[in-house]
Design a protein around this ligand. Structure first.
Ligand code: ADP
Ligand code: ADP
Length: 225
């Protein structure tokens, strides 16, 4: 269980005349166990904020910590972005196996866990295919399975279900809610769907237009069952 702390963070891309302030100054505390839903207009810096929390980028100013420490990519957070970032030349099973290994799942248990995770995202039977051989939608489902694989203490999800069919989306929303309730993991979830926000979230933060700052911060308060 990891709390996320974002203090006085700004983020800029580019230099000189090309410089764009994408985010902040923004401060946000996400207590352990919370399911934070992040919404706001396109370009307000939601993905940037997730990348900073994931440790893929360093903030231009301010500090980000996860569990009191600077975030390190791949350590504590399961991450799903709009573009699946898998190892394309490895098999589907290897990609998930690597996450299980990082999560400390013993080798002997990994094959069964990979099978169960793939079933959950409706991909039973593709474990031995190489990632580049499957479709974009299938790759996104593999990325979701990988994020759920380690029952990570922190989940960072950027519109992970946007490209999926309604049935798969509903199943995965239910999975995600159950994982949150059972493991007490902390989540930050970007979405444009009010239904999804209300179904999943314990709290919603709305960012203003670029550069994003916190415009609204409201508890949703539905019981997580
Ligand atoms: P959102 O996820 O809310 O749509 P982003 O975090 O993707 O917003 O983008 C915030 C702002 O930063 C936008 O103006 C976007 O064009 C800009 N931006 C994002 N990534 C880059 C980048 N790699 N280089 C330059 N500008 C970027
Ligand atoms: P261990 O020796 O700890 O049992 P392995 O080295 O066999 O683990 O790897 C565990 C999982 O991680 C396997 O699914 C493997 O394919 C995957 N893996 C290992 N190294 C890499 C890598 N560099 N890139 C992608 N996947 C990897």
């Amino acid at each position: 269980r990891a709390a996320v702390s974002v203090r006085e963070v700004t983020h800029r891309y580019g230099r000189g005349a090309e410089e764009v302030t994408a985010l902040g100054p923004l401060s946000l505390e996400v207590p352990a166990g919370e399911f934070l839903v992040l919404v706001g207009p396109s370009g307000c810096g939601k993905s940037t904020l997730l990348r900073l929390i994931a440790g893929f980028e360093r903030a231009s100013s301010g500090t980000v910590t996860v569990g009191g420490e600077p975030p390190e990519p791949g350590r504590r957070a399961g991450v799903v972005f709009q573009q699946p970032r898998l190892f394309p030349w490895r098999t589907v099973g290897d990609n998930i196996g690597l996450a299980l290994r990082y999560a400390g799942v013993p080798r002997a248990e990994r094959a069964a866990r990979i099978g169960a995770l793939l079933e959950r995202v409706d991909l039973a039977g593709v474990a031995d295919r190489r990632v580049w051989q499957i479709s974009g939608g299938q790759q996104q489902r593999v990325a979701i399975a990988r994020a759920l694989a380690g029952e990570r203490e922190l989940l960072l999800l950027d519109e992970p279900f946007a490209a999926l069919d309604a049935l798969t989306r509903e199943r995965l929303q239910e999975d995600l809610r159950r994982v949150g309730a059972e493991t007490g993991s902390t989540s930050v979830f970007v979405t444009h769907s009010v239904d999804e926000a209300v179904f999943l979230g314990t709290r919603a933060v709305v960012l203003s237009a670029r550069p994003g700052t916190v415009a609204l911060d409201i508890p949703i308060g539905l019981p997580r069952t």
